[in-house]
Design a binder for this molecule. Structure first.
Ligand code: NAD
Length: 503
């Protein structure tokens, strides 16, 4: 038996219960169909087959979930830190125990290759452990001295919050939002992406089994325009943590305006990887390839624009083309596979449309630019060369395994090109000149920058973007700033002079 057939057999075992019973919502600790009885099918991008029906939640289900979260909030917020921590650690253990099931289901649902997804499940567990450890410090106050008052600042959990996640790495992103919300003492209504609902359900079950009180974590499946919208408009929901497209973020801001929602947005990117001629070019090549072609290029932090100095561009692009042509596209459950299928037909059509757009704009398709097979949404990893930064392939987020290469002559020109985009999520800089690295990163418009490295996530550091790439930061203590309110109390230390009116 090959590793692929063995994985497919295991997957079928894990999917059996979904095929039999579909995916239901989880509200106040109970599995429920949508109030309307409506369902939608989730399909696999590998062969377009239906995986199972999913409850299609709407405003009524969101209302029930938001009420459950509001009801569960006071007790969860008041629970001693040590007890909350214990439950979060049990969730991490539950994820670790079911890591294989999560990884296989996620690959089948999203098309992401197993070689990356097996780690994503464990990263999800790490998110819970990290924020579990922070539970007690999240509630600590800070004292600010004054001569007449003892000023105490405390932080209190915000209340029930909505979490809305996308389809690209749904499991990891859900844990990344929900773990700090729970650690801070908030209760949660989660609306996962309609295209990849499997692992959100597994995660909610793990949390339930870990002893999370009913109503603390509610799951409502459904579409953005009904369930998502109702969540952003619900008066009991105090904040929305959203990961997705920039234009959806803008819609959510409008939808949440009437109820004055606090928002946290992780949005799109068109991130540059800037390669100067003094860099270690072999390492830069490995990193540039990894950061755009891993996870099918369906990654907000992907380095989708290569800015390469003209003195080394011929050599660098030639090596890049050769490597891109050898990337292995295939079944996501095959451990050899490096790039799997794109999530669904509409997204495939969008990505494939850029193959023509590139030619019309005058760029060269140096590698790829083709569909692979006629079943499932597979494309060849693609490289466009001869591009300029005003082209659509350099400005628009394609969100697939597609890299646009642009040449520059000077550091000043590289900076101008790097910043000339509506986005500002990440940037990657390759140079051995320390002074240049300091100068260049200081002027780059991006929330996160790596020098001589691929994206290496370190949980205590802030994660988020500037410009159209986001609002707010996650990670470390930054997550608690979003999920908690600062509260100030001043105690008089004696009888200081109070201004007297009307005497
Ligand atoms: P999307 O914006 O289409 O959908 C994301 C979620 O929002 C889904 O759950 C969807 O149902 C919901 N939604 C849609 N319309 C809504 C509405 N009107 N009200 C409330 N909810 C609504 O994004 P996508 O296509 O699922 O994901 C891809 C995008 O996510 C890319 O732009 C990518 O860059 C971005 N992303 C960003 C990060 C980051 O950290 N910055 C991480 C991953 C993905």
């Amino acid at each position: 038996m090959t590793a692929l057939t063995e994985n497919i057999e295991k997957l079928n075992g894990y999917l059996a219960r979904f095929r039999e019973g579909g995916i239901q919502n989880l509200i106040a600790g109970k599995s429920r169909p949508a109030a309307s009885g409506a369902v939608f099918d989730t399909t696999s991008p590998v062969d377009e087959s239906v995986i199972c029906p999913v409850a299609r939640g709407g405003a009524e289900d969101i209302d029930a979930a938001a009420r459950a979260a509001a009801q569960a909030f006071p007790a969860w917020a008041a629970m001693p830190a040590a007890e909350r921590k214990t439950i979060l650690i049990r969730i991490a253990e539950g994820i670790e125990a079911r890591a294989e099931e999560i990884a296989l289901c996620e690959c089948w649902d999203t098309g992401q290759a197993l070689r990356f997804m097996s780690k994503a499940a464990l990263r999800g567990a790490a998110n819970f452990r990290f924020f579990a450890d922070k539970v007690s410090s999240a509630r600590d106050g800070q004292n600010l001295r004054s001569p007449t008052l003892m000023n105490v600042t405390t932080r209190v959990p915000l209340g029930p919050v909505g979490v809305i996640t996308p389809w690209n790495t749904p499991f990891m992103l859900s844990t990344w939002k929900i773990a700090p919300a729970l650690a801070a003492g908030c209760t949660v209504v989660h609306k996962p992406a309609e295209f990849s609902p499997l692992t959100a359900r597994i995660l909610a079950e793990i949390a339930h089994e870990a002893g999370l009180p009913d109503g603390v974590w509610n799951l409502v499946n459904g579409f953005g325009e009904d369930a998502g919208r109702a969540l952003t408009e619900h008066p009991a929901i105090k904040a929305i943590a959203f990961v997705g497209e920039s234009k959806t973020g803008s819609m959510i801001m409008k939808q949440g305006a009437d109820t004055l929602k606090r928002v946290h947005f992780e949005l799109g990117g068109k991130n540059p990887v800037v390669v100067f001629d003094d860099a270690d070019l072999d390492r830069a090549l490995d990193a540039a390839i990894f950061m755009i072609y891993s996870l099918n290029g369906e990654r907000c932090t992907s380095s989708s624009r290569l800015l390469v100095q003209d003195t080394v561009a011929d050599e660098f692009e030639a090596k890049l083309t050769e490597r891109v042509n050898t990337i292995r596209v295939g079944h996501p459950l095959d451990p050899e596979t490096e790039v799997g299928p794109l999530i669904h037909k509409v997204h495939f059509d969008k990505v494939a449309s850029y193959f023509d757009i590139a030619k019309t704009d005058g760029a060269t398709v140096a590698a790829g630019g083709l569909r692979v097979g006629d079943q499932g949404w597979f494309v060849r990893p693609t490289l466009f060369t001869g591009a300029t930064n005003d082209m659509r392939i350099a400005q628009e987020e394609i969100f697939g395994p597609v890299l646009t290469s642009i040449r520059f002559a000077t550091e000043e020109e590289a900076l101008k090109i790097a910043n000339d985009t509506q986005y500002g999520l990440t940037a990657y800089v390759w140079t051995n000149d320390l002074t240049r690295a300091l100068r260049f990163t200081d002027r780059l418009e991006a929330g996160m920058i790596w020098v001589n490295s691929e994206n290496v996530r370190h949980l205590p550091t802030p994660f988020g973007g500037v410009k159209a790439s986001g609002i707010g930061r996650d990670g470390g203590d930054w997550s608690f700033e979003f999920y908690m309110e600062q509260k100030h109390v001043g105690f008089a230390l004696g009888q200081h002079r109070i201004p007297r009116l009307g005497v």
